[in-house]
Design a protein around this ligand. Structure first.
Ligand code: PMP
Length: 288
């Protein structure tokens, strides 16, 4: 079994001697940003898009990021040290150590660390059959509370929704926004297929601007599939022909049921076509 690799502020460390200080505001307040990045064939997929999003999250929080060169060097070093062709990187930038008050201006030195590890996939059987989802009573906060486009270290909202799903015996949760429109899964974006048309909520409905979501919209254009960003209600999900979740860790995960309503197909025809196209894109972009 491959051990995870830990890269901290420019050097490889072990998980136990990593030495992120206990007064780091990332730990005390969830004050920080992160990215989850997959690598295939020893190369990160869409690294530029991930670093762009990290920069936007950091700008929104007025958090000073290390330089792009430093971030890229860390990613390369972590992949090389992990020494496996495929895996998952967790790149984290915290506000850094500071006093016990909230004041972020007292934190002078952000910490950057990267963990490389194997990706925890949904079980193969689940992947084949499709996931069972419930709608969580936990709502995605709107942009007036905390814009879900900021990929911050505060994931409590998502964790509460995931706990609801597990307690109900489901695999994952659908989160609605404050107005009752569908936002996303707890760590994935969501798509439905209705009458051969792919639909996904606009990010302004409370979803992360997912890199995989972006790739899927690109693939739809290339494959001549009709796709649109549109506000969705639970009716749109409950009565869909197909439904899938997508994300860096998840890739494309077919959904079998939502709140006990079975999709007409699972995995659906278009979902499977997109899975094939996604894997071809991964090969094209990461195999040199
Ligand atoms: N929504 C949330 C809340 C997430 O945490 C993730 C995973 N990063 C996604 C969507 C999917 O985004 P991406 O495709 O960029 O991984």
């Amino acid at each position: 079994m491959t051990e995870p690799v830990y890269w901290l502020n420019g050097r490889l460390v072990t998980g136990t001697d990593a030495g992120v200080p206990l007064n780091d505001h990332g730990l005390l307040y969830g004050d920080g940003v992160f990215e989850g990045i997959r690598f295939y064939n020893g190369r990160p997929l869409r690294l530029a898009a991930h670093l762009d999003r990290l920069e936007s999250s950091a700008r929104a929080l007025m958090l000073k990021l290390p330089s792009r060169t430093e971030l890229q060097a860390g990613v390369d070093a972590a992949i090389t040290a992990f020494d496996q062709p495929e895996g998952y990187l967790r790149l984290v930038v915290t506000r850094g150590p500071g006093g016990l008050g909230l004041d972020p201006t007292q934190c002078e030195q952000p910490n950057l660390f990267i963990i490389a590890d194997r990706v925890a996939l949904a079980e193969d059987a689940k992947r084949r059959a499709g996931l069972d989802l419930i709608t969580a009573s936990t709502r995605r906060p709107g942009p007036t509370v905390l814009d879900p486009r900021i990929k911050s270290l505060n994931y409590l909202n998502n964790i509460l929704a995931r706990m609801e799903a597990y307690r109900a015996g489901a695999d994952e949760a659908v989160l609605l926004n404050e107005r009752g429109f569908v936002a996303e899964g707890s760590a994935e974006n969501i798509f439905v297929v209705r009458n051969d048309r792919l639909l996904t909520p606009p990010v302004s409905d409370g979803a992360l601007d997912g890199i995989t979501r972006g790739i899927i919209l690109e693939l739809c254009r290339e494959e001549g599939m009709e796709a649109a960003e549109r506000s969705l209600t639970l009716y749109d999900i409950h009565t869909a022909d197909e439904c899938f979740l997508c994300g860096t860790g998840a890739e494309i995960l077919p959904v079998r049921s939502v709140d006990g309503r079975r999709m007409k197909q699972s995995p659906g025809l278009l979902t499977r076509r997109l899975e094939g196209a996604f894997h071809r894109l991964v090969e094209k972009e990461t195999r040199s």
